[in-house]
Design a protein around this ligand. Structure first.
Ligand code: SAM
Length: 275
């Protein structure tokens, strides 16, 4: 069997991947979930028609959403992940020996179950003894949670259950459940294709946190061009890399030079957040 999966990004742009097999397909209480075998990118997880992770390039997104904040905070011991059901963010986080506790709040337990079954190289850290997994809505969880050094919002696009994960109120609740020197990092979408979302995430985090910075990475299976991440920090400058040689870490994309270079923004992106 060979056919094409099409992801519609805007009314005038779509991307398609050749699929050799549908491994899993179900309608969960929250979204439509599929795991497929692609010809080019290995196995991929798709939610509501949007590709979330592919085996071949997931390391770029997961290393960048985790190690940039983890290596700019001097002592991140207690971390909260919102979303991230495939487990890639958790896998990268658990590489840090100083980490003592991770709470992970994923709304849809079927995403975790499917990732454990079909994507073992991505979901490999769910058994780590430092991890507490909650199947709850992250929006409600942060209203009464605390205290963390870092909160990572590894959400799907701002539709369906993830919509409220892009609001000022949500970031403000996260501010309250962070320690006095805490940080938040969020995936803030494509600054080329989803300019309004990108801009509003920046403005909303900036309204709450004293330091707000954007950094970029290039993830081939995420629409096209750069992908953005936005950090809000109470104290530390996220551009400052504190990771030494990061010897002993098994990494394929991230290092100290990439950390610093990722904060260099092209003029048009700089203009977008200054406007
Ligand atoms: N890296 C991916 C990307 O940007 O395409 C997203 C990773 S992960 C699969 C996103 C997860 O966020 C999904 O598993 C989804 O169920 C979860 N999610 C969406 N809304 C949520 C909410 N309100 N609370 C907790 N998790 C949520």
């Amino acid at each position: 069997m060979n056919f094409w999966f099409k992801e519609k990004n805007t009314d005038g742009y779509q991307v398609k991947w050749k699929i050799s097999k549908i491994l899993h397909n179900e309608k969960t209480p929250y979204q439509e979930l599929a795991v497929v075998n692609t010809l080019e990118w290995g196995k991929a997880l798709i939610l509501d028609g949007a590709l979330q992770v592919s085996e071949k390039d997931e390391f770029i997104y997961h290393e960048m959403i985790v190690h940039v904040p983890m290596f700019s905070h001097p002592a991140p011991r207690n971390v909260l992940i919102i979303g991230g059901g495939d487990g890639g963010t958790l896998r990268e986080l658990c590489k840090h020996p100083e980490l003592q506790k991770v709470d992970m709040v994923e709304i849809d337990e079927r995403v975790v179950a499917a990732s454990k079954k079909y994507l073992p190289s991505i979901s490999s850290a769910f058994g780590d003894t430092r991890v507490n997994l909650y199947f709850q809505d992250g929006i409600e969880f942060v209203k009464k949670a605390g205290k963390y050094d870092l909160v990572i919002v590894d959400s799907s696009d701002p539709v369906g259950p993830a919509q409220q994960l892009f609001t000022r109120e949500f970031y403000s609740n996260i501010y309250n459940c962070l320690n006095d020197d805490g940080m938040i990092v969020v995936q803030s979408e494509s600054p080329v294709f989803y300019q309004e979302v990108f801009r509003s995430v920046y403005q909303n985090i900036k309204a709450v946190f004293p330091r707000t910075m954007v950094y970029l990475a290039y993830v081939p299976t995420y629409v096209s061009g750069p992908w953005s991440f936005t950090i809000g920090s109470k104290v530390y400058d996220p551009r400052e890399y504190k990771g030494g040689s990061n010897a002993g870490f098994d990494l394929k994309y991230y290092n100290g030079k990439v950390h610093q270079a990722a904060f260099a923004l092209p003029e048009f992106i700089q203009d977008m957040i200054q406007a």
